[in-house]
Design a binder for this molecule. Structure first.
Ligand SMILES: C[S@@+](CC[C@H](N)C(=O)[O-])C[C@H]1O[C@@H](n2cnc3c(N)ncnc32)[C@H](O)[C@@H]1O
Length: 449
């Protein structure tokens, strides 16, 4: 395996990636995927499974030949293979297969920041060469496998993959969606009930791209409690459809803009609780500044994040609420703190790719702190009266006037987004930054006009 992954990057980031890949598909889901295949194809010749694990997708279907690509030699050697099936211990991006009738499987879900740099470069290069597509730097691993599957199919081939439902709306999958739409291939997406994978916090789907049907039609279905599927009017389930994504360059002057929360690389050591700050002797202002990583701890009605609220809901209960300063020469105390961090605590691709593992670019202070995930009709937002930075799932809204701030934290005059963003996980919905920007443009550019 070390040989196969030598060009991906250092072994720590490679083994981190491989650990995150190891999720086994439940047998009912393998069966459900094959049921779809059977309803669409009477005969299947060559089957390809990229990221095959123990080749569990080799079971449950009829075909002439199954080839599973699996990087992990151990998983290959433990596999019990039916007739006509074989596993090859190779990287899924090392061969240009182009004659598969069916690509089936469950590719790894590994976030962009946990992909080894060399892995991403190699896979991107293969896809650029084969399909002319530039995969977004923000893409999760499954996107690369999805595209490689499409590239490996015959002109009338069928792609049946278990991937996150959110590919139908995520900005990072735009190139992938545009590519499929351009080819006019028929797409059917079956959203699965949330509990399918316990360990992966995301809503999955069985996604089917039929290259043999060029209707250009995209249909969405939702799994019901009894395992049947109901067609949804749109990807979000509502007639109004999913909120579109505005490009940053299309936001007019005078309109506030939302920016994603900082990903410092590791919140574990680069953000601190009050206790951690005090024990390390880090001074407020000199070494750390306030930051907010979650708004969940705030009472629903609270709209002003002032010193009192910050103390009561973040500092005293031991929430992460201090961000180390990287915009000034670190004091001796801060340096001592950073130097004492065990290297095991910053083994993330983001930290490892930096010259200095902790040196993130310090974001400015937003006027509003707003959550991206929400359960009710609109994400929770608060007036930032303490100069806190937005971190992680908390985003910042910048360039907002006093009145605009009041409108935003009041829920943009009663906007109900429940049916207009795609479900994320466990009943949570997640609004993407550029969807939030669409709402801001709609609400505030009419006032400018
Ligand atoms: C989510 S698991 C799915 C395994 C199996 N197909 C299943 O459904 O249970 C993804 C698999 O992809 C493998 N993998 C990751 N990167 C790979 C690559 N570049 N080439 C081939 N296999 C890879 C991982 O080792 C892992 O076994």
């Amino acid at each position: 395996m070390i040989d196969l992954t030598r060009d991906w990057g250092d072994w720590t980031s490679v083994s981190l990636y491989l650990d995150r890949c190891q999720v086994d598909t439940p047998s009912e889901l393998v069966r459900a995927a094959w049921d779809h295949v059977k309803s669409l194809r009477a005969n299947v010749g060559k089957v390809l499974d990229l990221g095959a694990g123990d080749a569990r997708f080799a079971i449950g279907g009829e075909y002439d030949e199954y080839i599973g690509y699996e990087i992990d030699a151990e998983r290959c050697s433990n596999a019990r293979l039916p007739n006509h099936a074989r596993l090859v211990n190779r990287c899924a991006f090392s061969d240009d297969v182009d004659d598969a009738d069916l690509c089936i499987g469950n590719p790894p879900f590994v976030r962009n920041q946990d992909l080894p740099a060399g892995w991403r470069e190699q896979a991107s290069e293969v896809l650029r060469r084969r399909l002319g597509i530039s995969v977004s730097g923000l893409a999760n691993a499954w996107q690369y496998f999805f595209l490689q599957s499409l590239a490996s199919l015959k002109n009338d081939g069928l792609c049946v993959l278990v991937i996150p439902f959110e590919w139908v709306s995520r900005p990072s999958a735009r190139a992938l969606r545009d590519y499929i739409a351009e080819q006019q291939w028929e797409v059917n997406v079956y959203r699965l009930i949330d509990t399918t994978f316990d360990s992966v916090l995301t809503t999955s789907s069985i996604t089917i791209v039929d290259k043999g049907k060029r209707s250009g039609r995209w249909s969405y279905f939702e799994e019901t409690a009894d395992g049947a599927y109901l067609q949804m009017p749109s990807a979000s389930g509502s007639k109004a459809g999913v909120i579109e994504y505005v490009r940053r360059s299309d936001i007019p002057k005078g309109v506030p803009r939302a920016v994603r929360g900082l990903s410092p690389g590791t919140q574990k050591v680069l953000t601190l609780t009050e206790g951690e700050r005090v024990r390390s002797g880090l001074a407020i202002g000199r070494d750390v500044v306030p930051c907010i990583t979650t708004l969940r701890v705030l009472p629903g009605e609270l709209r002003d994040l002032d010193d009192v609220a910050f103390k009561r809901h973040y500092r005293t209960p031991g929430q992460k609420c201090w961000l180390i300063r990287t915009d000034a020469t670190p004091s001796a105390t801060l340096l001592a703190y950073l130097n004492a961090v065990p290297s095991a605590d910053y083994q993330t691709a983001t930290c490892l790719e930096r010259e200095t593992w902790w040196a993130f670019k310090m974001p400015p202070v937003p006027e509003v702190l707003i959550a991206q995930s929400f359960k009710g009709g609109f994400p929770k937002g608060v007036r930032n009266m303490i100069g806190a930075r937005a971190v992680g799932g908390v985003s910042g809204i910048y360039d907002a006037s006093k009145d605009q701030v009041a409108t935003i934290i009041g829920g943009l005059d009663g906007e109900d987004l429940r049916d207009r963003v795609v479900a994320h996980s466990n009943g949570l919905r997640k609004i993407e930054i550029n969807q939030l920007n669409t709402l801001l443009v709609h609400r505030f550019s009419s006032v400018v006009d």
